[in-house]
Ligand binder design. Sequence first.
Ligand code: PMP
Length: 404
Amino acid sequence: MDITDIRRQFPILERTMCDKPLVYLDNAATMQAPQRVLRAIEEAYTRRRANVHRGVHTLSQEATDAMEHSREVARAFLNATSIEEIIFTRGTTEGLNLVASSYGQLLDEGDEVIVTAMEHHSNIVPWQLLARRRGIVVKVVPIDAEGRLCLDAYKQLFTPRTRLVSVCHASNVLGTVNPVAEMAAIAHSHGAVICVDGAQGAPHTRIDVQALDCDFYALSSHKMYGPTGIGILYGRRELLEQMPPYQGGGEMIGHVSFAGTTWADLPYKFEAGTPDYVGAAAFASAVEFINEVGIDNIATHEHDLLVHATEQMLTIPGMRIFGTAPGKCGVISFLIGNAHHYDTGLFLDKMGFAVRTGHHCAQPLMDVLGIEGTVRASFGVYNTYDEVDSFIAALRRIAPILNQ
Ligand code: PMP
């Protein structure tokens, strides 16, 4: 893998911040987009801008073809059996809300949903809303000191009322990669379905929804070198067929009359309104970029950076790293001394490093860790050893001030 060549494809990496070269370490929040994705957006606006699915004219057909090509690219990326199982959404959050709202209508008062202590708010609040609407009960799998899910506790949470498990593939704070296939097998043995928040899984590891045997898998394009505002929800066909629509409007109908309305076939039943056909088309370019570089190469590179950075960071006085599970992905959450995460982030920004600070939309996890927030550095394929070394050097410089 030629990182210099890869970096050349990302124009934003040429920017400077406060007269220093930009070192972008906020990839878990949003990744940068390569030239081919930017070109795909420009091309869609300049050459193929027309509403999809309803037009007989050529422009509309070309826009439709680009969007449906992207659906097929997403299907292949996830190894879903058919394009009927690939729903375009605004992102992971909308995908999870779709499952909670629509599958949630098949649940009854007293039915139970299992989530985990390391979930992003996107995989907590939709279930809490469902609890208010339908009286379901939300149960939580605890984590151990390294940030791993307690699988024994998970098994204990099942009762005859357990209907659904919703778990992140990887934690955006701890980097922990959860044993989704094993969790799916356990859920299925209890007659429950499993929904996976793949926001931090899809960009870093090979996804095969059939091998994982998950029932839903949600992802966001902007965390995968793609455009913002678009994502995918994979859903097992039999379940999608049973589920009521999520939103009503154009595109999702078979026939509308005041006497009664029928729904479109899958996947359009879940795609009300004009979709983000520009984003959808450009998403295909992002997946093609990942496929060309190779997801296994990306995973290995990010793992090497993670190991190198972690080893070096642990030699810095006052350093505390949150999340040390074996096999974790390229996310390092940390605090130095008693310094506020925000101060550390501000220092780093002035030195050219883009890191994220705060609770990372995981306040219940912060409560478990007994902290308010962390500083988070997260890697993408374009990050280099040199960048990690300069990051470590910057941390060494500011640590004495932060440790005071
Ligand atoms: N889940 C996880 C684990 C995440 O990291 C994020 C994004 N930070 C989300 C869900 C939500 O993704 P989006 O904002 O793209 O919908």
